[in-house]
Ligand binder design. Structure first.
Ligand SMILES: [Zn+2]
Length: 99
């Protein structure tokens, strides 16, 4: 999980929407929930019903996008980073199912 967390905190997380735009030129349904939505970072990390047990959506913009700790609750900070790393890992598994 550490490589995924490092990708998240460094801002290198690529959403499905970004991937689709770069490699297919169109958006496909969300790989996780299958809904016809724009599968951007906000959907897949914070709104997708595929992740019902995710932590509450961060109010801190850096924590929302990068998983950086807000330093107000270390348990919550840890849960946010683990969640974003899990989403990133799942995205990679969809892009490269053989790995
Ligand atoms: Zn979804």
């Amino acid at each position: 999980m550490l490589p995924h967390a490092m990708t998240v905190v460094s801002g290198s997380f690529c959403s499905q929407a970004f991937w689709d735009g770069q490699h297919h030129g169109h958006e496909s349904p969300c790989w996780f929930c299958g809904n016809e939505v724009f599968p951007d970072f906000s959907h897949q990390a914070w709104n997708c019903p595929f992740w019902p047990d995710r932590p509450a959506t961060p109010e801190d913009i850096a924590q929302y996008h990068l998983g950086w700790p807000s330093l107000s609750d270390s348990k919550y900070d840890h849960e946010v980073l683990l969640h974003l790393a899990a989403v990133r890992r799942a995205l990679l598994e969809q892009r490269h199912p053989e790995t």
